[in-house]
Ligand binder design. Structure first.
Ligand SMILES: [Fe+2]
Length: 151
């Protein structure tokens, strides 16, 4: 009925058109712009910020190379296989460092057994900002931060 060449072109074009259609509907944000914060949350995310923004407990000041404890927790939040905090990562933005941030830790959680709370022992050399990033499988990426003075 149709020439073979026409059928061949249909198979090639259909997947391409599908990809273009999907791409046209996608938001083209950079990854950083997809991270929710307590202050920047809007729309549906407003009601989710209390249970998703990582809380960072750390001293406001410390001496260079002094061992300090950083505690990061998230919640109250559901902790089920269907809906939970899947992982938590902690970074440090150090003043004057050429490439920031440095990664301090990343921990995965196994719902419903493990709760999203970690404590790190760190030794910092310069003042900066501790950042915590968490991922909820239903509500995406959320970050929190806390400044610390070293000196
Ligand atoms: Fe969630």
């Amino acid at each position: 009925m149709f020439p073979d060449g026409w059928k061949h072109n249909l198979f090639i074009l259909f997947p391409l058109l599908t990809v273009f259609e999907v791409k046209g509907k996608m938001e083209k944000k950079d990854l950083g712009a997809t991270i929710n914060t307590y202050d920047m949350a809007a729309g549906e995310a407003l009601g989710k910020r209390e249970g998703h923004t990582p809380r960072i407990e750390a001293p406001a000041k410390a001496k260079p190379d002094e061992a300090i404890m950083i505690k990061v927790s998230v919640g109250p939040h559901p902790n089920t296989v269907e809906h939970s905090i899947r992982w938590l990562a902690v970074f440090y933005y150090e003043e004057g460092r050429a490439f920031n941030p440095m990664a301090l830790a990343k921990v995965s959680f196994n719902a419903p057994t493990t709760e999203p709370e970690i404590t790190l022992k760190v030794k910092l050399q310069k003042s900066g900002v501790i950042h915590a990033l968490e991922y909820c499988n239903l509500h995406g990426l959320w970050s929190g931060k806390k400044e610390i003075t070293i000196g």
